[in-house]
Design a protein around this ligand. Structure first.
Ligand code: NAD
Length: 352
């Protein structure tokens, strides 16, 4: 059994689906179901006894401790977080609470649980902390991509809260010996991505004929990775990563935001020739995000060299699959947009 936090979110649900497709080891999935959590992502697991969903808060120490004692996981994969930079700029309170306090609560509960394990189980146990490249700050155009040794220079409330959580995890290893691994990944895209982030927002708005907002001059650079490649890396690091180490994960796919939106437009022109194209006419430049980091890029050599991980998708194949997924799942998009999925979930699952 493994305990996954945030397993109803974008990466978390992809991770749970991927894990249960590749491994026959059950998952207990602790997720608060904030606006970003969607049990509809996991509908294919209905009736699968290997998936136990628990609606709850990582800040709830009693609940976390109860789950550890009840399910006795051999590993914790911690994905639960507040993740949207724009929301963190508007109000950082939930980011500090979930990302910092929540990680602290989890670490303390896991430390007690881990210390009480027998020697063999204690040795094998892992706490896998899932983090972001945004903790490293912003790169200039000529700078080398982030290695694991790059100094932490978080610039947004979101990245600052994730950096704080990374430091806590590191400290719990160095101080208490908790067997941790941390991964810092670049921007993900793919199925089940909530349409507040650039790629799903561009797809969903283009399908609806709405404007495609692009911040500033559109030339901010992000490094993109197909979410299923991230999930494969998480599995590998959990199983073979060295304790106490950090692994950067990325697909060597630097793209400007404008390139991303234009690529989506071209794909939709091709895949939906009936729509009133060309979709590029919908691109609308909007005022830049305050403190917008200019460039992120990940040097993934360490995870490639040590663990033999390679992404299966190029950006071109991954983005095509992603656009096709949104075209094939109009009900998911409609539910997420209307908020109706919450009512639908209540009728499907009830409160757990
Ligand atoms: P998401 O916002 O889609 O999902 C977050 C999930 O956490 C949701 O299901 C939400 O309900 C849950 N959650 C929030 N607060 C909680 C709480 N207090 N207790 C329990 N559950 C709670 O996020 P995501 O994009 O899937 O990101 C998952 C993790 O990966 C995060 O830690 C994020 O920092 C990290 N990450 C994301 C990206 C990316 O591009 N999306 C890249 C690198 C790292």
């Amino acid at each position: 059994m493994i305990l996954v936090t945030g397993g109803a979110g974008f990466i978390g649900s992809n991770f749970v689906l991927d894990w249960l497709a590749c491994r026959d080891e059950p998952v207990v999935n602790l997720d608060l179901l904030t606006y970003a959590g969607n049990l509809g992502n996991l509908v294919s697991l209905r009736g699968d006894s290997r998936h136990v969903f628990v609606q709850g808060d990582v800040c709830d120490a009693a609940l976390v401790r109860r789950l550890l004692v009840e399910y006795r996981p051999r590993a914790v994969v911690h994905l639960a977080a507040e993740t949207h930079v724009d929301r963190s700029i508007q109000d950082a309170a939930a980011f500090v609470r979930t990302n910092v306090t929540g990680t602290y609560v989890l670490l303390e509960a896991v430390r007690d649980y881990w210390q009480a394990l027998g020697a063999t189980e204690r040795e094998a146990f892992r706490f896998h902390h899932v983090s972001t490249d945004e903790v490293y700050g912003s790169l200039g155009p000529e700078d080398a991509p982030f290695t694991e040794h790059h100094p932490y220079q978080p610039n947004s409330p979101y990245s600052a809260s994730k950096a704080a959580s990374d430091h806590l995890v590191r400290a719990w290893h160095h101080t208490y010996g908790l067997p941790v691994v941390t991964t810092n990944c670049s921007n993900n895209y793919g199925p089940y991505h909530f349409p507040e982030k650039l790629i799903p927002l561009a797809i969903v708005n283009a399908l609806a004929g709405k404007p495609l907002p692009v911040y500033g001059d559109g030339l901010n650079v992000r490094d993109w990775l197909y979410v299923k490649d991230h999930c494969a890396a998480l599995r590998l690091v959990l199983e073979r990563g060295r304790v106490g180490q950090t692994y950067n994960i990325g697909g060597w796919n630097e793209k400007t935001n404008l390139e991303i939106v234009r690529t989506i437009c071209r794909l939709l022109d091709e895949l939906r020739p009936d729509a009133a194209g060309p979709h590029e006419r919908l691109i609308t430049f909007v005022a830049d995000r305050p403190g917008h980091d200019r460039r992120y890029a990940i040097d993934a050599s360490k995870v490639e060299r040590e663990l033999g991980w390679r992404p299966a998708e190029t950006f071109e194949t991954g983005i095509r699959k992603t656009v096709q997924w949104y075209l094939d799942h109009p009900e998911w998009v409609a539910q997420v947009q209307s908020g109706a999925y919450r009512q639908w979930i209540a009728t499907q699952y009830g409160r757990v």
